[in-house]
Design a protein around this ligand. Structure first.
Ligand SMILES: [Zn+2]
Length: 350
């Protein structure tokens, strides 16, 4: 049964139509009971960064239990500052649990195809594991990925490197801080860690197994250039070896910062709010403040794992905290030899 407005619209079109056949065709179109589609659009979004292309890839979204996970110091945020999380969420027209994105970023340098983070694979159930579909929708095949750089070894960043027991990226090497590799692949560290982190250890080991077996896990030490235009920046706190990657081409800079922010509506105004999963909350908060200040001052773009897809934006100071400014959405199609992709990370006047 169609709403009466739809039936009325159908009759009006018929009355105005000069040709009976057209009348019939139009009426059928207007009256067709289209099923609700339910599914979302493919999750990929592309920008140019200097001579590079960067494609944000969505692995999925999942409900983030803000009340259980947000912390201040040793206490839950709710205990330390009752009502604050709910007030900040409500101010952003949100409430707990907040649907959080799981983003990864594909960098094409022209010489190499580098994926930064890989989503959750099967480790978050049906909420994750959509990265490979979105990679294909974005015009690439998993076989084309040369390198996977991981910001850290939590399940929603490393899980996507595996496809069952096989490597999801059969020709790629996987690179991660040696500190994180040592920590999350250690049975002794797992035994000493809080119980809720156990699945994180198991997930990291299972996901990396095919790469370890084929000699394609290549941990690195500290800071340094990993590929032309891609520099590792150690940022410990969220995990012991948590690492950001600065991607730079022709003076345009993008900081891919992993898990510096989990709940944007809370942690931009209140950067000292941490999460239960931080290995060292105080250090994580310090790193977050440092990155907020640096990127706001420099005008760098940020690529964020858990800010609303595509997780690309700038940061500006706001009150006693900061504010996230998503990149302006541009969908002008590139034309061969003509209009290029947008360069939203170019600083004004450059
Ligand atoms: Zn994490």
């Amino acid at each position: 049964m169609l709403p009466s407005s739809a039936r009325l619209f159908g009759r009006t079109v018929c009355t105005l139509a000069a040709v009976a056949a057209l009348c019939t065709a139009t009426a059928v179109q207007v009256h067709a009971a289209a099923p609700f589609a339910a599914a979302q659009a493919p999750g990929w979004y592309r920008i140019a960064l200097g001579r590079y292309e960067v494609t944000a890839l969505l692995d999925g979204t999942h409900p983030f239990p803000a009340h259980e996970v947000l912390m201040r110091g040793q206490d839950s945020l709710d205990k330390a500052s009752p009502g604050l999380a709910d007030r900040l969420l409500a101010a952003a027209y949100l409430k707990a649990p907040v649907e959080g994105s799981i983003n990864a970023f594909l960098v094409n340098t022209g010489a190499k195809l580098v994926l930064i983070d890989s989503g959750a694979g099967t480790l978050y159930g049906a909420d994750g594991g959509h990265l490979l579909g979105n990679l294909r929708a974005a015009g690439y095949l998993p076989e084309q990925v040369d390198e996977v750089l991981l910001t850290h070894l939590h399940a929603d960043h490393v899980g996507g490197v595996a496809l069952g027991t096989a490597a999801a990226f059969p020709n790629a090497v996987v690179r991660v801080s040696g500190i994180d590799a040592k920590y999350w692949l250690s049975a002794a560290r797992k035994a000493a860690a809080p119980g809720f982190l156990g699945p994180m250890f198991d997930g990291a080991r299972a996901s990396l197994r095919p790469y370890i077996a084929s000699g394609r896990l290549r941990p690195f030490d500290g800071a340094g250039v990993l590929e032309e235009g891609i520099t590792a920046v150690p940022a410990p706190g969220h995990t012991p070896g948590h690492t950001g990657y600065v991607v730079e081409s022709d003076g345009e800079r993008l900081l891919v910062w992993g898990d510096a922010v989990h709940v944007a509506a809370v942690q931009f105004p209140e950067p000292d709010v941490t999460v239960k999963y931080d290995s060292d909350g105080a250090q994580a908060a310090l790193q977050r403040r440092r990155w907020f200040a640096e990127t706001a001052q420099r005008g760098d773009c940020v690529a964020a794992a858990h800010i609303s897809f595509p997780g690309l934006g700038h940061i500006v100071p706001a009150g006693s905290g900061y504010q996230w400014l998503p990149l302006n959405h541009i969908a002008r199609a590139p034309v061969a030899g003509g209009v290029p992709l947008p360069h939203p990370c170019a600083l004004p006047g450059k």
